[in-house]
Ligand binder design. Structure first.
Ligand SMILES: Cc1cc2nc3c(=O)[nH]c(=O)nc-3n(C[C@H](O)[C@H](O)[C@H](O)COP(=O)(O)OP(=O)(O)OC[C@H]3O[C@@H](n4cnc5c(N)ncnc54)[C@H](O)[C@@H]3O)c2cc1C
Length: 398
């Protein structure tokens, strides 16, 4: 049986970052990735926070557009504009592919076309079983540390502490068009991330977006729960003309269709069983109000790598517990709050407009809500509570 210090499942931003950063510190690392080419099949709008490339030491060449403006569109049809610093867009082929090649350069072995099946404890190590999709057959790897980062498709055995009953209810079905224009859209298109919140004719909440890329526009939407490809495509076909008439009126285009599941629930309550760690979307680390999860995924990969390196250097005897504690400290306050906020807004979708109006009037409040940690000063807490109370009063008005 193959032996390795650190085994990572999934080579998205979470798994790729964990592998790269652990290997950089001398940890013998292997990744199991289901797809034959890393990132090639990922469906995503791929918007990146300001500073993402610098923070994760990635080349600027993966950036397609710098997008300093975020626009929010609510039920009223009004458009609210926010300055978000310099956010970026890219594609997952480039993002995941680049992280993977940088990980390989650090000595990581990325085994593509391998499908993770499950794990069992074996003394102080873990045995992971996977299917070899290229050559056939099942194989096993024995690892000191294991990180599961297989995204929204993550499933855990009944009875595992990692299992989360509310997981299925948090899944959002998404459909996206890559729109290739015959001639470029109006200039503002390439500087703006657009988010739209509205209702289908049958009253289901929709979150839709337009993210610009070098050679195409990503225009897509997600609907909570199960929704057939046919229904989603019909909904997207109804949404597309509203974007086209503003951004590329009269311009011809071709489209490439793609679909995927996004997780929009609360973070997974338990993200380590004492030995195996769970990262990225598999841990439920997605902002329910925007669908943003790349920053959270890459950060969780980094925190996992730090825990593994700390164990190798004798600084901790329980890396999985360290990982869980550290990661919850960074993200859980904000992400749990975002999940509650989204449920509150979706109960009466006119509240989206109330929120956008409020944020547009109070840029300081909008800025503070972007922070990962809830490490506010007493004065900032007072300000936050006052703003939240004001928003609630407005949101509860008939
Ligand atoms: C339509 C859509 C738009 C989005 N837009 C944005 C956005 O603009 N900005 C943003 O920040 N976030 C966005 N997100 C969220 C973002 O995609 C996720 O948060 C992010 O991909 C999570 O990274 P990850 O590494 O945890 O998982 P993933 O990126 O899902 O990677 C998981 C990897 O594991 C592999 N895998 C899965 N199962 C197995 C298995 N059994 N064995 C081996 N390998 C396996 C997969 O092939 C994949 O490579 C969007 C999501 C969707 C669906």
């Amino acid at each position: 049986m193959q032996e390795v210090e650190f085994l990572v499942v999934g080579c998205g931003p979470a798994g790729g970052t964990a592998a790269r950063e652990a290997a950089r510190s001398g940890v013998d690392t292997m990744v199991l990735e289901r797809d034959p080419v890393v990132g090639a099949k990922r469906v995503c709008a791929a918007g990146l926070r300001p500073g993402f490339c610098e923070n994760f030491d990635l080349p600027r060449s993966i950036v397609h557009c710098d997008t300093p403006t975020l626009t929010m569109h609510g039920l009223s049809g009004k458009r609210y504009e926010f300055d978000v610093g310099t956010a970026h867009t890219t594609t997952r082929e480039e993002l995941d592919g680049t992280i993977a090649s940088l990980a390989r350069a650090e000595g990581v072995h990325i085994a593509t076309s391998t499908l993770y099946r499950g794990y069992v404890r074996d003394g102080d190590a873990t045995i992971v079983e996977y299917a070899d999709l290229k050559n056939g057959g099942r194989k096993k790897v024995r690892a000191q540390h294991v990180l599961l980062a297989q995204g929204s498709s993550a499933r855990f055995d009944a009875g595992s502490p990692l299992e989360y009953d509310a997981w299925q209810a948090g899944l959002i079905t998404c459909y996206q068009y890559r729109v290739y224009l015959d001639t470029p859209a109006i200039d503002a298109t390439y500087k703006t991330l657009e988010m739209h919140y509205y209702l289908t004719e049958t009253g289901r909440n929709v979150i839709a977006w337009m993210f610009p890329k070098r050679d195409h526009l990503s225009i897509g939407l997600g609907v909570a729960g199960k929704c057939s490809g046919k229904e989603l495509r019909a909904e997207l076909d109804a949404f597309l003309p509203s974007v086209a008439s503003r951004l590329f009126p009269g311009v011809g285009y071709t489209i490439r269709e793609e679909g995927n599941l996004l997780y929009g629930g609360a973070p997974r309550p338990c993200i380590s069983d004492g030995s195996v760690m769970v990262a990225g979307t598999a841990a439920g680390l997605v902002d329910a109000t925007t669908g943003e999860g790349i920053h959270e995924a890459a950060t969780s990969g980094r925190v996992a790598a730090e825990a593994v390196v700390a164990a190798k250097r004798g600084r901790t005897t329980s890396p999985a517990q360290k990982y869980e504690r550290d990661l919850k400290g960074i993200f859980y306050g904000r992400l749990r709050h975002r999940h509650k906020l989204m449920a509150f807004l979706e109960r009466r979708p006119v509240r989206f407009d109330v929120l956008f109006e409020h944020l547009a009037r109070t840029p300081r409040f909008a800025d503070m809500l972007q922070r990962d940690r809830n490490d506010y000063s007493v004065g900032e807490w007072a300000y936050l509570y006052a703003q939240a109370a004001l928003f609630s009063i407005r949101a509860f008005r008939p």
